[in-house]
Design a protein around this ligand. Sequence first.
Ligand code: AMP
Length: 509
Amino acid sequence: MSNHLFDLVRANLPADPAAKVFLETGEGARTTYADLIVRSGAYAAALVAAGVKPGDRVAVQAEKSPEFLFLYLGAVRAGAVFLPLNTAYTPPEIAYFLGDAEPALFVCDPAKHEALAPVAAAAGVPVLHTLDARGHGTLAQAAASQAQAFADVARGPGDLAAILYTSGTTGRSKGAMLSHENLASNARTLAQSWRFTADDVLLHALPVFHTHGLFVATNTVLSTGGTMLFLPRFDPAQVLALMPRATAMMGVPTFYTRLLKEPGLTPEVTAGIRLFVSGSAPLLAETHRDWEARTGHAILERYGMTETNMNTSNPYEGARVAGTVGPALPGVGVRVVDPDSGAVLGTDAVGMIEVKGPNVFQGYWRMPEKTAAEFKADGFFITGDLGKIDADGYVHIVGRGKDLIITGGYNVYPKEVENEIDALPGVVESAVIGLAHADFGEGVTAVVVGREGVPDEATILRTLEGRLARYKCPKRVLFVDELPRNTMGKVQKNVLRQTHAGLYGAGRA
Ligand code: AMP
């Protein structure tokens, strides 16, 4: 049967079925492409046996492992909608996602089973399975007992393959619905634009619950029959040690700033790499220059988002310009418009970035009004990013219209953190902002107006820890008498950012 996304993998299998998918990470190491077909099929069969039907959501909060990828591919082959969740999410956060997505199956880490079983039950999830970082758990067992080869469930280009939740400006996360063709078209485009082949070995240290690690990195490699050094997390020393065995690396800017601190980063260590890619947050021009000076490689910066996959990329051949995200990828329309009038702006004029193409998602899960509000009548999606296009067609991102904070490559919407702080006793109001931070890019910072009885900084930080994913928790809490406001009563976060710019000792990015 034709299964649009998985057919892309099948059509590009390496000539030698014994070719490796993974070279590293313990028990999944040295898995071949022949194994990938068998194991993903076993997961697909286990999902069907658990009652998962075409179109059903399969929600997964599990650690990165080769088995995680087989589960993802198994869900695609079973015609289900894969729904990965950040491993940092707390049980109250998971409750929201399960309630909203109504999955037919939820897969969690065995260590979290006790805490999450009542959450899944309260959300009405019919089946709960487990999978750990070593690829063990009840789902792995169920997959191991599937004897037959799996016949892929038929899925067309427009059918959903995945839902990835983004953070919500009003505190509600939105599920971005991604079709088989959204993912397949982007994998094809990136593989061609970045010249991936079956000879490549990608150093993969990104998380796999996010579009960057799951789709940009993994789909690009799997659609070309390449190999991955699949690391559970980013560890600079380990990454450096493995670099001589790789031909490419994809990372967030924090990877590059951290590696630059390692004395072992030399031209010799990076000699076998043909491509370094950066994305998910702005790469400082300074980092781009420092990297080139230290290694001789110009980092290729690209721009995308959960909803759109990748939109622009600096060229493989040609100038990789520091501080820009390059021209639109083939087949993708990118324009800059006046946010008020909607008029398309010319060269170098700053406005709202809008995109259109086979990469752009199908809309927000069960939010038709929100979806309608984010798309123009001619099909362009309003990204929320502010930028300009220069005379050479290169896109420059100058700011974020949506007030997003990006810390270590993760997005934090201030509103969600403010809501938690405002609920504490003695808090009058709060404003959460991102301040330049040498390590994280931006450090989440809370500015709080308190009255009698307001908890001190340490108590607020401790209280938030159990309620919010760690990366969303502020690094510092500052107390002020009142928040600066404009005449319309809106809090002026730009003023707060200027006032506290040097808090973490880094200059403004
Ligand atoms: P996410 O949905 O988590 O991938 O986050 C998408 C957002 O990350 C975009 O809307 C941009 O604001 C930001 N982003 C991604 N790549 C870049 C980049 N190369 N430079 C600046 N911002 C970026």
